[in-house]
Design a protein. Structure first.
Length: 58
């Protein structure tokens, strides 16, 4: 069963077009990559702290 009003459809127009869409795609790529890196760093800091090395992640 498919939902015609799904917000995840590829062919749906979201209001951005042309150069704005290019800028938005680049921005989301940079911000998304940074968020993934930050999550990985936080996970590593938690692991290091839980092993007793509380000053190392700082």
């Amino acid at each position: 069963m498919t939902d015609c009003n799904s917000p995840w459809r590829k062919d749906k127009d979201h209001g951005a077009d042309g150069q704005i869409l290019e800028y938005a795609s680049g921005y989301l790529f940079i911000v998304g990559g940074t968020m993934m890196f930050q999550a990985l760093m936080n996970a590593c800091a938690v692991i290091i702290r839980n092993h007793g090395m509380t000053k190392l992640p700082i």
